[in-house]
Design a protein around this ligand. Sequence first.
Ligand code: NZQ
Ligand code: ZN
Length: 387
Amino acid sequence: MQNFVFHNPTKILFGKNTVPLIGAETVLFGKRVLLVYGTGSIKKRGLYDQIVQSLHAAAAIITEHGGVQPNPLLSHVHKGIKLARENNCDVVCAVGGGSVIDEAKAICAGTPVQHDVWKFFTGKKSVKNPLPLTTVLTLAASGSEMNSGMVITNDATSQKFGFGNKQLFPKTSILDPTITFSVPADYTAYGAIDAISHVLECYFTTTDPYTPVQDRLMEGIVMNAIESCNRVLANPDDYHARADLMWTASLALNGLTSSGLGKVGFPMHMIEHSLSAFYNVPHGAGLSAVIPGWMRFNAKLQPDRFAQFATRVFDKRTGSIEEKATQGIEALGNWFREVKSPTSITALNIPGTDIPKIAANAMTLAKVWRMRDYSEEKIEAILDGCL
Ligand code: NZQ
Ligand code: ZN
């Protein structure tokens, strides 16, 4: 167990009929609210009206910044910052999934400073006094509702970079599982895959040889993400399955599971972000296309860790260490196929000839994230195994 600080300041209001609380929770931090949302799903089922009504009841003055796209764009963040400044917004309320919440975080960070917000993503500037943020989560996936990270695509350079800063934790996040009943099957699966990947990244990159508490937590999260996703796909209005999946996704990336693991990396994300930047692939789909290939490449280097994963998550008990490791990777890949998520970049119609371009792009992020054990050649070799 390595030394660690675990401090997650986000207040979570979880459960049915929590959405009407957003007004009172938001005006605690300011009355001039920038309301950030996506491309329209919140307007299809009355959520938007509920939010506006609650904010107005709390005497909030609302400026709207809708139109956040999946894989949110820097150019749209700039528009949000301009709106926030022109309307003297003093708090931001995000209603959506990870794309909306991430864009809102970037607006919170970028509004009070004079330099381009992108300088936070390249590590050239650090965050100062960001606007406070509240959120209503509508999709179980990224964990952004309960962490300090965000990921934005610089549409001018086709770079999709992420960074985190502890001042950017949402103050309050409302998680009502009934809001996710309308998430379609594909994004339900992509969300579960994203949550699983958040755990796998830490599980397979920790260098600490003995982390039994975190291992069981992470293995349990993977098992529950699979189980609750299967229950939701069988019955999209199953409240308890939606609730399990929602809380699983938050726990998968809120700092709890990685505490004590020491320095961990996010290599699968480092590669996947280039797929989303170049081809606008849904994040979870890009991950399922990269994960099996990345696991096959790394299982050779640490077979025991992959065999433990196979035994504890998929109950693989026969064969050698290497055979069990392979069985675990195959079992996860089979589940990705069962939930109709791609398991190769070929399945995403990405030609093998694009691999050098993808690897070069991913390497620019690996440098910002100081991933010294990665090179373009290594990324190309991993991607060759993802064809
Ligand atoms: O555009 P809207 O109307 O929001 O529709 C969205 C979008 O089309 C739709 N949707 C959301 N809630 C819905 C719904 N449709 C019906 N009913 C609902 N209740 O689903 C589509 C995808 O939404 P999006 O927000 O893009 O999905 P997700 O939550 O998976 O977020 C993906 C983004 O999160 C980032 C990814 O890079 C990606 O940009 N991540 C953020 C992280 C973080 N902050 O820690 C970590 C993650 O690894 C991830 O990188
Ligand atoms: Zn992710």
